[in-house]
Structure formats: C-alpha cells, structure tokens
Design a protein. Structure first.
Lengths: 433, 294, 281
C-alpha cells in the first residue's frame, strides 16, 4: 500500500516520471528479475481474471527471476486496441494473449516475432509441435508460427434437458441437423405456449463467428488462407444465412432481431430459451449456475459438422530484449504445459490445447464426471480457422453488419452478403497478391 | 516611465497567459490543425509512410454509405433528444417552482441522473432493455404484451438510446429554467391573475418569451452534447445493429482504434468540427447579442 | 442570477398547484429516480431477483464483494481520486493566472486571444481523440494519469469564469494592497483569489463531477489498471460480452458512483448552484 501511494505523486509530474524511468533502467542492469508485461482479454463470463492471476503467481513462485504483470484489458477488441496503442507509444508489452485472428494486423504492424526464431532445442521444437493442428491454423502464416493457443474454444450447442422433456422431446437427444434444430426449437416454443424460445444464436459481439459456423456446416469456408480474399457472397454462404434467418422468420423458434452475446448465458440460465449456441468458454460458468439439467453437443450439420475455432493465442512482441523474449517463452511454455492446460480447461471450459492435456489424470477424471467437457475437443476434428484477414476490423464489421441486417429484416440475406462482399473487397483492395 | 511600466505589465500579463496558451496550443489548436492536415493522407501501407492524396478521403467519405447513415443517425439523435429534454426540463422547472408537496425530493429526483457517469447510466438501462429477461419486457409480459427487442431491432434501437439520453440530460437543463423562472417578477403573475388571464395563455404570452435566452442557452449545450457524448454506446449497442445507433464520434473512434485508419478518422473529425463551428457561430452571433461578455 | 434556486427553506410565493399537476410532478419524479432505485434493488439482492420484485427477497452484500474481488476497484478509486484532485488543482492554477491576465493586464491582442480561448468551449479534447492521442503518445503521456488530465487543464471555461469574477472586483482593493507594498502575485493571492472563492467552489464542483464521470478520452489514453479511472474500469468490467452477472454489475456501478452520489445528496444545494453558476456564461 505504501508503495502505491508513494508512486502516485511521482507519476504525476513529468520530471519525476523521467527520473522514475531512469531509475528503472538502472535497476535492470543488476541481478534484478526480468519484468514482463502481458495483456489478456476475457470474453466470456466468470471470474477468469482470478484464475489468470492465480496461475501467474504460481509461475512466479516457481521462477523467482521472472516477474509477470498480467493486465486484464477487456474483451478481445479492447485488448487489441490496448496492445496496439501501447506499441505505438513505445511501451510495447513483451507478450500478450490476444485474439487468434489478430495475427494479420499484428504482422502488418510488424509487432510480433515468430516462435520458430526463438526455438533452439529439440525439446522446444517438440513443445511447438505438441498442440492440436486445428488450433494452430489461426496462428501460422507462411510456414511460421506466431500464435500459441491458450484460451481457445469452439462453438457448441447447450441444451436444456428439462425443457426438451416438457416439450415431449427426447431429453438426451440434441439436434443432429439443421432441420432437427429448427423443428425441435419450434416444438419447444409451441409446447411452452410462447413462454420459452427454442433456440438462440447470438448476433452481437461476434456475429461473424456464428455465421462462419453456419457457412462451414454448409461446406463453405469464408476466406483464403493468406488473409487477402473473402467469399461472403457465395451461394452456400447465402443459403447458410437464409437458414439462420428462417429460425426466427419461418420456424418461430428464435426471437426476431439481434440476440445479445453478453446476456445470452443469462437467458439460458433463466430458461428463456431451450438451446443456445455459445463459446465452450462458458461451460464452467453454466455448470455452476444452472439449476436444471443441461447437455452440451456439437453443432448440428447441413452437409457436414463444423465450427470455427475461436479465442486467444499467446504472441511474442518484437520490441523486447532477447532475455525478455526467452523469459516470455518460458512463461508461455509453462502456461501451456499439459497440467496447466488441463487445469485451465477445467476452471473455464476452454479447450485443453494439446492432446497431452486430455491425457492428464485431472482432465480425464473431470471428463468422466462431466462428459460435456470433451465435446469441444471432439468437435475439433470438424473445426475450421476463425475468420482472419488483413484489415480484419473492417472485414469482420462488414460481415457483422450483413448478418445483423438480414436478421433484423433490413435486407435479404443475398443483398446483405453481396454488400458485405463489396465492402470487404474495398478494404482488401491493396492486399491482393 | 509610464510607458515602461505599461511595457512591463504587458510582459507580465503575457507570462501569466503562457501556461494556458501552451496547453491550449498543444491540446486544442495543434490537434485541430493536425486533423485537417492528416485528413489529406492515406495511412501508410505495410509500414510505408503515409501518402498524400489530397481530398481523396473526402471523396471516400461522400461515397461511404455508412458515414451517411451515421450522420443521419446523429441528426435523428439530436432531433430526438434536444426538443424532448428541453420540453421536459421546462416542465420540471415549472413543477418544482410551484408550491408542491415534497418539492425537495422531486427536485432531487429530477436532478440526480445528471450526477451519474454516462457509462453507469448505460449499465443500468442495459438491464431495462435486455430482451426476454430485461425489466421492460418483464413489465410488458405482466401486461400480457409481447416483448420488444429494444436494442436489437434497428427500428427501435436508436429511440431506446435517445430515451436514455433524455433521462440523463433533462434534469441538468431544468436548473437553468428554474433559475430563470425565479428571476421573473411575481408581480407580473399577480397582475395577470387580477386580469383573469388563464395560466396557459400567461405561460405562452409572458413566461415562455421571458425564458427565451435560457432556451437558447440550453439549446446550444444540448447541441454540443449530441455530438460530444457517445459513452453510452460502448455499453448499450456498440453502434449496432448494423450501424443503426452509430453516431459520428463513435464512428471516429471505431475508425481510429478498431480499424487503425487514423486518416479516415481525421476526415470524419473534420465533419464534426464543422458542425461545432456552426454551433459556435450561432452562439457567438445570435446568443451573445443579448449577453455581452463584459 | 437568483441564488435562491436550491433553497428548500424559502416558501414559494407562487400559486398552489392543482392536484393534477402535483400528481404529474410526482409521477415524473418517480420515473426519473426509478432507474437508480432499481440499481439499488439489483445490487442488494441475489441475481435471481433481478426482475422479481419480492419484498421478502433476501438482502445481500455478496454482489459488492464479488465486484470488489473481480476488478481492482480500490486501484480505480485511487486513480480517479488522483486524477480529479490533480486536474482541479492544476486548472485552478493555470486558469487563475490566465483569468487574471485577461482581467487586468493590457496584453496586446487580448480580445483576439480571448476569442481563441473561447473556441475551446466547443472543441473538446474528446472530439480530437485521434490527434490528441498522437500528441499524448509523443509526449510519453499514454497510460499515465497526467495524460488523462493534462488536455483539460487549460480550461476555457475556467479562464472565462475567473476572468468574469476578477473583473467585478473593485480596483480600490487592489490599490490598497499595492500601497502596502504588495507585488502582482501577492495582490492576486491576497485580494483576488479570496474574493473569488464562490467561483472556485462552483467551478471546482463542476470540474470534479465532469472528470469523475469522463469516459472517452480516459478510455483511449489508458492501457492498464495502474492508470484507469473508475469509469473506464467499470466500462471494461461490465461490457456485456464479459457476461458478468448482472447483480454484480449493478453493485460495481453503485460502487463507482457512490462517492459522488453521496456528496451530491449531502451538498445538493451547493451542487445545483455550482452547476447553475458555472452554466450561465
């Protein structure tokens, strides 16, 4: 507390601030611990900041020569803004957890280094190869690895077994196909006399992500691997959006208008809907708060199963000394080690990022008592990379707007996606290879 | 000798102004000029320096449907918030100025929203607006009415944001009306009572005209706020759905800090500055003809 | 300007309202205060009572404990407190000097300079976020409390208010002080500043509530817990996508408005008068 107060007046005056940084520079020449700063986001409920703080302090206990300052920076977008502006101000963090799809923006700003450049020993190389390939897709470009999976998720379907039973459906049988989901949703709606919705797919926050799942289930991938092209106006994409819209329009299984990402879990817990699509990162929070029987399933299919992966990767930033980069890598390796990955997965619902994590006793026991925890992993074989392109902010916004315009009836799915394609093309015009 | 003393006072005065001048130059004039300047560039592509393109950004702006939608939203937002909050503020002031049981409480109730941060107000209203589980829809449910998707339906979302803003602002404007009302000589009213003028016509023929300077003053403030305050969007809608609630300054923020397109953000800022310049001109020419700065 | 606005003691000389008006006034008051009451309801009850109004619902402080635990509110308080004190003090100094110069010194081109200052009443730091961010970043002020406050220090509004006040102070007082051998600084401190106390109070209260509540510029210019003020901390904490429990968000909201709200309820009259005084310009 004393140090807090005494730091204040210093921060306050410019001159003193200069002295302070001079003092810091002096301090680092000694045998002082390496100091790392890391930003990280939280995009789903619960007190995840506590979990991260706990992990960090465990790490510091084991590695007294490394100090990690973990800064919670808001959601994924906030974290990107924060990290980018810190870089611009010449105050770059050494590492951060950021959106897996920030890769292109970070590369364009020339802000990050590839892990391959730092990996020396075989042991380190083995670590780099130890993750699920599906989770590496968003972290690699031109054969180099820039992002190490950490808080990764896929979209899964949560269903309320009690509600299914009340609607005369088999409570143990989640929908397998698009048709089934629409029918079951409509059945719930009807049986509850309009009290309860059948299904809710969130359309604020990350609408493009949900839409990617629909598109991929219809056999369509929305972007090129090098991040320079998108394919929003493909007939398969249009059909996917038409189905999404029809859930409200035609089947009356879903409410009209957009559905709020942030309050959706609350909606499910309040039983105002029988099914939701949401990140696996919500799993533990739902489990703790639900006072009814629920299940978790892979998303239904049209021509194939499918969900984009999502979530945050570790990145290493350029503007740091070799010593700091090594320390940062030590930290990242520690955080992604199987035991930690398992513990993290149990605490949050995010995926264990490597097969080895699922082989740990802790996670195996957990899955035995709580099988839904394995669904995300099982779905991974049907996974696809999350929408990542250059000019990501603009491109995603174009698609988000199209999804919202279609869901709110402002445009037909075809018009909306055609417009989104035009906007994305304009944003990407300088990047065509 | 006298001239010397005069010169000394000039220097002394200039020195007194110096800190303020430096700060104003750094954080008001320099950025204004830089905004104009930067709006003439395109951001550097892949680390290259920014490229001078003349008025191309303005060309893009004119062709940008989203910009026009955002500008229209802002206009609707201004038209929706300003007359309503002014009318309510006046009504509140009239209520509180009259003999009224519990006047202290009523006045406090009107004024309290003014004290809250916009962000906190937005948090509270988020609970009202949330579909399915929010309070408004719960209340509609008790009445047997179907719920409304307050923030998710593009036809309603902007209105929802406007309602919240009116709630936040009306009490602030009320106090200016209250002060003005109390400076109206009570004899006027007594006289009109004797003449048997109805309250309604007294209000329109006497009170309202006397309050005109206050109305203009409040109007200017409300106009500025309609451009300047977008804090609530960060919580309520983030400008969505499909830009239905996006406002100019929020669009600047998005371009600068989500799309990393600082030069386009500068171009939109120029539009905002133009709007403010018009407001300032109105204030300095129309309003200050009455209240001279002396 | 009448200053009796907020005096509840003075009986109104106006006619008594008919009942209908009374009902309308009260109805409006209840509607207006309701959101705040609702926030209290939500914060002090378990989350399942968010939309269930049950007088027997159990009261709880858990939501506050959760909010306090989940975000570093203590640090945010400290930041906001440092910010507000720093800004207000710096504004007092800078605006006093400038207001004094405008009121009493024959600076060449004074009228034009003053018009230039008044422009800032319309061009706020938050409108210029893009360039101000660049400037703050060039000065190494990003992510510091100084960075949040500095753009607001030379407040046109403060300069204007103090200039007006200083102008009303009779020159005779100044001359008397000069005869006693006071220099300009001593005159400023002994004559002008003490007589402008009500202006300082009014301006200070307005400035405190403005900076306590300010959001956009602090959001842009801060990156970390060390410098984030309460509003930004609250915004980050309660952004809907975090899916934080509503009751907790309500508690966090109340936590961050509590000091100002309590101050307002205790010193209502001063607050209202300050806003008024500061507003009539």
């Amino acid at each position: 507390m004393l140090s807090l107060i005494s730091r204040f007046p210093m921060r306050y005056s410019l001159v003193a601030a200069g002295l302070l940084s001079a003092g810091q520079a002096l301090a680092q020449t000694g045998d002082e611990p390496v100091e790392l700063t890391m930003y990280y986001p939280v995009a789903v409920g619960g007190a995840l900041t506590d979990v991260v703080d706990g992990l960090v302090s465990d790490f510091e206990d084991e590695h007294p020569n490394i100090d990690v300052e973990a800064i919670y920076a808001g959601n994924y977008d906030d974290t990107r803004v924060r990290a980018m502006s810190a870089i611009e101000a010449g105050d770059a963090p050494q590492l951060s957890v950021m959106f897996s799809i920030d890769l292109f923006d970070l590369i364009e700003q020339d802000a990050i280094v590839a892990f391959d450049d730092l990996v020396e020993t075989e042991e380190e190389q083995a670590w780099l190869d130890s993750f699920y390939p599906g989770l590496m897709e968003n972290g690699q470009l031109d054969g180099q690895t820039y992002g190490i999976p950490f808080q990764r998720s896929t979209i899964v379907l949560y269903w309320n077994k009690d509600a299914f039973e009340a609607a005369g459906l088999d409570p143990e049988q989640p929908p397998e196909t698009w048709e089934e989901m629409a029918e079951m949703g409509a059945a719930v709606r009807e049986a509850s006399d309009g009290e309860q919705w059948g299904v809710m797919v969130p359309s604020t926050g990350y609408p493009y992500w949900m839409f990617q799942a629909f598109a991929f289930q219809n056999g369509h991938r929305l972007m090129s691997e090098d991040g320079t092209e998108v394919y929003f106006d493909d007939p398969a994409a249009i059909e996917a959006l038409e189905y999404w819209v029809s859930l409200a329009d035609e089947h009356a299984a879903m409410p009209d208008g957009t559905i709020e990402w942030g309050t959706l879990r609350q909606n499910f817990l309040e039983q105002s809907t029988a099914m939701i699509w949401h990140s696996t990162g919500n799993l533990t929070a739902v489990r703790e708060e639900a006072d009814f029987d629920f299940g978790v399933a892979m998303l239904p299919m049209k021509t194939q199963r499918g969900s984009p992966t999502g979530g945050g990767n570790f990145y290493l930033f350029k503007d740091s000394s070799e010593e700091e980069q090594q320390a940062a890598m030590t930290f990242i390796r520690w955080m992604t080690a199987p035991e930690r990955a398992a513990a993290w997965s149990i605490e949050t619902g995010y995926m264990g990022v490597s097969p080895a994590a699922y082989e740990t006793e802790a996670l195996q026991d957990y899955i035995e008592t709580f099988p839904p925890a394995a669904v995300a992993r099982d779905q991974l074989e049907h996974g696809t990379a999350e929408l990542a392109t250059y000019q990501g902010g603009r491109v995603r916004r174009a698609l988000d707007n199209a999804v919202q315009a279609a869901l709110t009836g402002q445009m037909s799915p075809e018009e909306a996606l055609t417009q989104a394609q035009r906007e994305a093309d304009a944003a990407l015009r300088r990047y065509a290879r | 000798m006298i001239q010397n003393a005069d010169r000394r006072m000039q220097v002394y005065g200039a020195l007194l102004l110096l800190p303020a001048a430096l700060l104003l130059a750094t954080f008001a004039y320099l950025p204004t000029v830089a905004t104009l300047f930067n709006s003439l560039f395109l951001p550097g592509f892949r680390g290259e320096p920014a490229e001078f393109v003349g008025l191309e950004n303005y060309q893009l702006l004119i062709e940008d449907d989203t910009f026009w939608q955002v500008a229209r939203n802002n206009l609707i937002y201004a038209l929706g918030t300003i007359p309503t909050s002014i009318a309510l503020a006046l009504g509140m002031a009239l209520f509180v100025n009259a003999r009224l049981p519990g006047r202290g409480f009523v006045r406090m109730a009107y004024f309290t929203p003014t004290i809250l941060p916009m962000i906190a107000a937005a948090n509270i209203w988020m609970f009202f607006y949330a579909p399915q589980i929010g309070l408004f829809n719960a209340m509609l449910g008790w009445l047997g009415l179907p719920g409304v998707n307050w923030l998710g339906d593009p036809n309603v979302a902007l209105a929802s944001v406007i309602v919240m803003t009116v709630w936040k602002e009306a009490g602030f404007f009320m106090i200016f009306y209250l002060a003005a009302l109390q400076s109206i000589p009570p004899e006027l009213e007594e006289a009109s009572n004797l003449e048997g003028t109805s309250r309604w016509s007294f209000f329109w023929r006497v009170t309202f005209p006397l309050l005109m300077p206050t109305t203009l003053f409040v109007l200017i403030n409300a106009l500025i706020n309609a451009v300047r305050v977008v804090d609530h969007l960060f919580i309520l809608t983030k400008g969505g759905p499909n830009n239905a609630t996006n406002l100019l300054l929020y669009y600047v923020y998005e371009n600068a800090f989500s799309f990393f397109d600082r030069t386009y953000a500068a171009t939109i800022t120029v539009v905002i500055l133009l709007v403010l310049a018009v407001v300032a001109t109105v204030k300095f020419t129309v309003l200050d003809r009455r209240t001279h700065y002396q | 300007m009448t200053t009796s606005t907020a005096s509840p003691a003075r009986p109104s000389r106006r006619f008594t309202l008919p009942r209908l008006d009374t009902v309308a006034a009260w109805l409006l008051a209840i509607i207006w205060i309701f959101p705040l009451l609702y926030a209290f309801w939500a914060a002090f009850h378990p989350s399942e009572f968010m939309v269930r109004f049950d007088l027997l619902a159990p009261l709880t402080l858990d939501n506050f404990a959760d909010a306090w635990e989940q975000a570093p509110f203590a640090r945010y308080y400290l930041n906001t407190f440092a910010l507000v004190t720093g800004v207000v003090l710096a504004q007092f100094v800078v605006c006093t000097l400038a207001g004094f110069a405008f009121a009493r010194f024959p600076v060449p081109g004074k009228d034009i300079l003053f018009m230039l200052v008044l422009i800032q009443l319309f061009v706020f730091p938050e409108v210029l976020i893009v360039e101000n961010y660049r400037i703050a970043s060039g000065l190494g002020l990003v992510d510091t409390i100084t960075g949040i406050g500095l753009p607001y220090v030379a407040s046109a509004f403060g300069i204007f208010l103090l200039r007006q006040t200083f102008k009303t102070i009779p020159r005779e007082l100044e001359d008397a002080a000069r005869i006693e051998g006071c220099g300009w600084m001593a005159i400023l401190l002994k004559v002008y500043v003490p007589l402008a106390k009500p202006t300082y109070l009014a301006y200070g209260l307005v400035s405190i509530s403005h900076h306590w509540n300010n959001f956009l510029w602090p959001l842009v210019v801060t990156n970390s817990v060390e410098s984030r003020p309460l509003t930004v901390g609250l915004g980050v904490f309660s952004a809907p996508e975090t899916g934080v429990n509503w009751a907790t968000v309500s508690a966090a909201t109340l936590l961050s408005i509590a000091p100002l709200l309590v101050a307002f309820l205790l010193f209502q009259r001063q607050f209202v008068q300050s806003f008024l005084r500061a507003g009539i310009r």
